[in-house]
Design a protein around this ligand. Structure first.
Ligand SMILES: *[C@@H]1O[C@H](CO)[C@@H](O)[C@H](O)[C@H]1NC(C)=O
Ligand SMILES: *[C@@H]1O[C@H](CO)[C@@H](O)[C@H](O)[C@H]1NC(C)=O
Ligand SMILES: *[C@@H]1O[C@H](CO)[C@@H](O)[C@H](O)[C@H]1NC(C)=O
Ligand SMILES: *[C@@H]1O[C@H](CO)[C@@H](O)[C@H](O)[C@H]1NC(C)=O
Ligand SMILES: *[C@@H]1O[C@H](CO)[C@@H](O)[C@H](O)[C@H]1NC(C)=O
Ligand SMILES: *[C@@H]1O[C@H](CO)[C@@H](O)[C@H](O)[C@H]1NC(C)=O
Length: 618
């Protein structure tokens, strides 16, 4: 009996071992997965250990040739790393950690940092599973960070690894995502409600932002929304790129029908408080167990703006869409109502980004000292559990840094490799507490090498934004807290004459933008006094002033020495609107000049009106 058992065990072990080599077969379930190419030939699964800082990938490709997976440098394909492997016709496997020396030539790394776990080939697929440290000590390996990663996959039809553009794909993925399990108890009284666009004829343009206003469920008592799920119509290619839901205040008069979100009618950009973001490749979003969005109470949002970004790169005609977001809600209330705190640079043309900038930083300050007095009741500490970062096409990175009593506490959230096409709700690995009195600084990093005129703050994709939405509980009455610099100071530092803010904004157009003047403007915007505007959900407004604190960089931890090894055979700028924004010009500004800055900043539709007035004269 015992012998039979032992024999059985030995047999099992032998069967479980890979055909070649002596490495263990890792069969643990990998939590995350995604197709990496539009034709669904390349499938990636992955998982990671945040403590040990190790990530495991399993790449499955419909080929009998070599396969490769790595991380690509956003700005250049050279220097990206690629771990390649395959199974030879005789059954022997090969595996090695390589990098690109030019667009299509691979070279083996001096240090082998990827560890092979499994490499198999059947009649359909080649499957390669390996692990690597987040940060190896090899300069040829790009770090796996808590940023949007450009994941690069490639394969061939034979066993000679050589890059071929037709079989190389790059996809933005936030690899180190934290998700709440989907299989939590589903309340019995769950009701679903679809927020969707109906039979929308997708224009033949490359890029369309379609917006429509829809009511949230009408309920007679308080309910909690606890889950969102994309509701997509299957087309033969991915046309829906991202979906965002914005909550509307109850004071806005909303347009009907479907409109261009950032087009001629500014009413279609009303409602700016993001409550959930989904991007292609993402799945459902479930709130943490103790949090939900309250609906049915007087101060709760009743309407939302649904924004769907379509990419129709093949300019297909006659494609109709009815995509949207499915909302799950219940009367079984969770412990806390979620709130959204909007931070960043006040969206207004005082926010300017010079053309031709390799790098330009903008800062928006929030001071929370007035929160309590504005709230109308004591404010419990805010427990931040998630966030969404938002800029338009020139945005390259964002971060939110927290200060208490003049001391930097932490970076709450950041993305050093922001991708406009991957705006999604992300959860923090640990909840972060904000106390009344703390200061919150948002830093936005832009690049405008392809632009030849100024970019201004505004709602359209040709304008820019610098926003961070923090998701927290318990909810309070504060909705936004955003800053902007004293533009008069900035103008004077740049040697321009200006006697009020309007002239200050216009003066930026007279500056000759060179690398020196760009740096000077960046420094002046950072040194200038910040005006901080705080709003409540009932649109009460207060302001205060402050100064941009220094950001002390967080030191990086040590790299992990190699534990892997080679195995020898013997053993697109997002394609958004790219029109150059019209420059501020002197004409048409006479009436604008008469209005106070406060009236302009806070008036309904003031930004669109101001931008339109200024740009009409060009
Ligand atoms: C990408 O390449 C650029 C230019 O060579 C370099 O400055 C940058 O540090 C690289 N980024 C990463 C994440 O390696
Ligand atoms: C998708 O379908 C349309 C017709 O419905 C066709 O013209 C187009 O070529 C297809 N695209 C792909 C990538 O198969
Ligand atoms: C918005 O809600 C508040 C609180 O219930 C209410 O006082 C106010 O009248 C509402 N405004 C509109 C336009 O419905
Ligand atoms: C800030 O410092 C003051 C005095 O040092 C102290 O009384 C206060 O509690 C501190 N605030 C916080 C939030 O730690
Ligand atoms: C919001 O403000 C009202 C007074 O305007 C106050 O009664 C209420 O408690 C506040 N809500 C929260 C969640 O603090
Ligand atoms: C700031 O508040 C003061 C006093 O309430 C007000 O006079 C001023 O117009 C406000 N400024 C802005 C830009 O809102």
């Amino acid at each position: 009996m015992a012998w039979a058992l032992l024999l059985g065990l030995l047999l099992l072990t032998a069967l479980a071992a890979p055909s070649q080599g002596n490495r263990p077969r890792a069969t643990s379930r990998l939590r995350y997965s995604r197709f990496l190419d539009p034709s669904n030939v390349i499938f990636l699964r992955w998982d990671f250990d945040l403590k040990a800082e190790i990530i495991t990938f399993e790449l499955q490709v419909r080929t009998a040739g070599w396969v490769g997976l790595g991380i690509r440098n956003r700005s250049t394909s050279v220097q990206s790393d690629l771990v390649v492997g395959g199974v030879l016709p005789d059954g022997n496997v090969y595996f090695s950690d390589q990098h690109l020396v030019d667009e299509d030539t691979l070279e083996e790394d001096g240090s082998q940092d990827a560890e092979l776990l499994e490499l198999t080939e059947d009649s359909v697929y080649t499957t390669m599973r390996f692990s690597r440290p987040f940060r190896s000590c090899d300069p040829h390996d790009l770090d796996i960070r808590s940023d949007t990663m450009r994941v690069q996959a490639a394969y061939g039809l034979d066993d000679t690894p050589r890059l071929d553009r037709e079989r190389t794909f790059v996809k933005s993925i936030f690899l180190l995502q934290i998700v709440h399990p989907d299989d939590l108890d589903v309340p019995e009284d769950t009701i679903i409600h679809d927020l969707e666009i109906t039979d929308f004829l997708i224009p033949e343009d490359d890029t369309t932002y379609a917006c429509t206003f829809l009511p949230l469920p009408i309920v007679s008592k308080k309910h909690h929304i606890y889950k969102f799920e994309p509701k997509l119509i299957n087309h033969n290619e991915t046309m829906v790129h991202h979906i965002i839901l914005y909550a509307c205040g109850n004071t806005s008069v909303l347009p009907t029908g479907i409109g261009d979100c950032y087009g001629a009618d500014p009413a279609f950009s009303l409602c700016s408080q993001i409550i959930v973001g989904w991007a292609v490749g993402g799945t459902s979003y479930q709130f943490p167990d103790d949090v939900g969005i309250s609906i049915g109470m007087p101060l709760d949002p009743q309407w939302i703006r649904l924004e769907i970004h379509y990419s129709n790169f093949h300019n297909l005609a006659g494609v109709y869409d009815s995509s949207g977001i499915r909302v799950y809600y219940t009367a079984q209330l969770r412990k806390y109502d979620m709130g959204v705190l909007q931070l960043g640079f006040f969206t207004f043309p005082i926010h300017f980004i010079p053309p031709g900038a390799e790098s330009f930083m903008s800062y928006g300050l929030c001071k929370t000292e007035k929160f309590e007095e504005m709230n109308g009741a004591p404010i419990p500490d805010l427990q931040i559990y998630g966030y969404l970062l938002h800029t338009h096409l020139a945005g390259r990175a964002l971060r939110t840094v927290q200060y208490r009593n003049g001391t930097q506490l932490r970076t709450i959230c950041k993305d050093d490799a922001y991708d406009f096409n991957l705006q999604e709700t992300r959860d923090l690995p640990h909840r972060v507490e904000i106390k009344p009195g703390d200061e919150l600084l948002v830093e936005c990093h832009y690049e405008t090498l392809d632009r030849d005129s100024l970019t201004f703050g505004g709602p359209s994709t040709i304008n820019e934004m610098c926003l961070v939405f923090l998701f927290y509980y318990p909810r309070n009455n504060i909705s936004s807290c955003m800053g902007y610099p004293d533009i008069l100071y900035v103008a004077h530092e740049l040697g321009e004459e200006a006697s009020d803010s309007m002239e200050g904004m216009m003066a930026m157009n007279n500056v000759e933008w060179t690398p020196e003047s760009i740096k000077k403007a960046e420094r002046a915007c950072k040194e200038a006094q910040q005006m901080v505007i705080i709003k409540t959900i009932e649109e009460a407004v207060e302001n205060t002033t402050g100064w941009i604190p220094e950001i002390i960089p967080t030191p990086r931890g040590p790299c992990l020495e190699s534990s892997g090894g080679k195995v020898e055979p013997q053993d697109k700028t997002p394609a958004g609107a790219r029109a150059a924004p019209a420059a501020l010009s002197g004409s048409g500004t006479a009436t604008v000049r008469c209005l106070s800055l406060a009236a302009l900043l806070l008036g309904q539709g003031a930004i669109s009106w101001l931008l339109a007035t200024l740009q009409a004269g060009v």
